[in-house]
Design a protein around this ligand. Structure first.
Ligand code: PMV
Length: 357
C-alpha cells in the first residue's frame, strides 16, 4: 500500500421522481423542474482509492463492478471523469481504483444511474475537497450535486433526503438548473413513505432515457409539459408539508401517465409500458377505491410500477401485493423500499466486503 494513498467510500440511494424531469438541454440542464423522494434500500456503494502517481506515470483508472472488471462501465466512468474537468482537477494526480456494487440485482430493471452516479460523485468530490482542504458542508453537497448531474440528471437529487428539488423555478427560492436542493419540513407521512417496486420486466429498455430526453427537443407538447410540471410542483409543495397524501398521489399518478404520454407522442413514438404495467395500475386503482387504502402508482422511464403508500398501511398493502400482484411481476419480483435520509459515508472495509448478488 502506498503511504499517501487516499480512500473514500459512500453509499448513495436511488430516488423516485414525483414530478418528473423529462427533456434536457445544454450541459445536462433540465427543461422543467422536478421533485423526488430519496429511497434507501436501492443503493450503490462505491469506494475510490486514489494513489499518487509515480514519476512519469500517467493518470489511470482501475474499475470493478460487483468485484469484476467491466470494460463497458469502465469506459463510461473514464469519460465521466474527463467530463468533470475543472470541477475535479485533483484526479489528474492519481491512479484511481474504483470499486462499485448495487444493493439490488443489476438486471432487475431498476434504473441504477441515480444511485451509481451520485455515489461516484460523492467519492470524487470528497477527494477534491480533501485536496482543497474544505470539509463536508453545504458547499460540498452542492458540488456533489453538480457533479452527479453531469453523470445522470436525476442523480443530482439523490444527494439529499427525504425529498429534493432540481431545476430553476420561481416558486422555490434557491432552486437551480445546476444542482438539486433539499426540501425541509416534509410531513412525517412522506419522510417514512413506502415504495414497493413491482418488477414487470427485467429487460433493458428499448429506448434509453437519454434518447427520450432528446426527443423532447421540438416535441409538439414541450411547452405544455413545462407548464404542467411547474403547476404540479406548485400544488405538490404544500401537500408535502401538510401531509396531504391524496393530492400527492393524484400528482404522482398524473405525472407518470404524462411521462409515458410524452413518449407515445414523440417523433418517433415509442411505448415502454407493458400489458402487465396496466394490469397493476388498474388493480391499484380498484384496490384503493374498494378498500380506501391510500396507495398510488408512479412510473419511471420503463414498465416497472412503483406503489407509494404510508408506512401505517404497510401490512395491508404488502398482503394485497402478495395475493394479487405477484403474477404480473417477472419472476414474482418486488423490491420493498422506503424514503430515506440520503447518502451515507461508509468505511471502506464495509464496501469491499459487499456480498455479490
Ligand atoms: O437521469 P436520467 O437521465 O436517467 O433521467 C431520468 C428521468 C426519469 O427517471 C424518467 C424521471 C426523473 O425525474 O427521475
Amino acid at each position: 500500500m502506498h503511504d499517501n494513498q487516499l480512500t473514500f467510500a459512500w453509499r448513495s440511494p436511488s430516488n423516485i421522481a414525483i414530478v418528473k424531469y423529462w427533456g434536457k438541454h445544454g450541459d445536462q440542464l433540465p427543461d422543467n423542474p422536478s421533485l423526488s423522494i430519496t429511497l434507501s434500500q436501492a443503493y450503490t456503494e462505491t469506494t475510490l482509492v486514489a494513489r499518487p502517481l509515480n514519476p512519469n506515470e500517467a493518470p489511470g483508472l482501475t474499475f470493478r463492478f460487483a468485484g469484476e472488471q467491466n470494460p463497458a462501465f469502465a469506459q463510461r466512468v473514464a469519460a465521466y471523469i474527463r467530463r468533470l474537468g475543472s470541477l475535479a482537477p485533483a484526479v489528474k494526480d492519481y491512479h484511481l481504483t474504483i470499486e462499485t456494487d448495487n444493493s439490488f440485482p443489476h438486471s432487475s430493471g431498476i434504473a441504477s444511474s441515480a444511485s451509481a452516479m451520485s455515489a461516484l460523485a460523492l467519492c470524487i468530490a470528497e477527494l477534491q475537497a480533501t485536496i482543497d482542504g474544505h470539509t463536508h458542508d453545504e458547499r460540498f453537497q452542492r458540488e456533489v450535486s453538480i457533479m452527479a448531474r453531469l453523470g445522470s440528471g436525476s442523480a443530482c437529487r439523490s444527494v439529499y433526503g427525504p425529498a429534493s428539488l432540481w431545476g430553476s423555478t420561481e416558486i422555490m427560492s434557491g432552486s437551480s438548473d445546476e444542482y438539486a436542493i433539499p426540501l425541509s419540513n416534509i410531513h412525517p407521512v412522506f419522510q417514512s413513505l413506502r415504495d414497493s417496486i413491482l418488477i414487470i420486466s427485467e429487460e433493458k429498455k428499448q429506448v434509453s432515457s437519454s434518447a427520450g430526453h432528446a426527443l423532447m427537443q421540438g416535441h409538439q407538447f414541450a411547452r405544455a409539459r413545462i407548464a404542467q410540471a411547474t403547476q404540479n410542483l406548485k400544488t405538490l409543495l404544500p401537500a408535502l408539508h401538510s401531509g396531504d397524501i391524496i393530492t400527492f398521489g393524484r400528482i404522482a399518478e398524473s405525472e407518470a401517465l404524462s411521462l409515458h404520454a410524452l413518449m407515445m407522442t414523440s417523433d418517433p413514438a415509442y411505448i415502454l409500458i407493458q400489458p402487465n404495467t396496466l394490469q397493476v395500475i388498474q388493480r391499484a386503482i380498484a384496490f384503493r377505491e374498494s378498500s380506501g387504502t391510500p396507495v398510488y402508482f408512479t412510473l419511471d422511464a420503463g414498465p416497472n410500477v412503483h406503489l407509494l403508500y404510508p408506512e401505517s398501511h404497510e401490512a395491508d398493502v404488502k398482503a394485497w401485493i402478495n395475493n394479487e400482484l405477484l403474477p404480473f411481476c417477472e419472476n414474482g419480483r418486488v423490491i420493498h423500499d422506503h424514503a430515506g435520509r440520503g447518502p451515507q459515508k461508509v468505511s471502506s472495509s464495509t464496501t469491499l466486503g459487499m456480498t455479490k448478488r
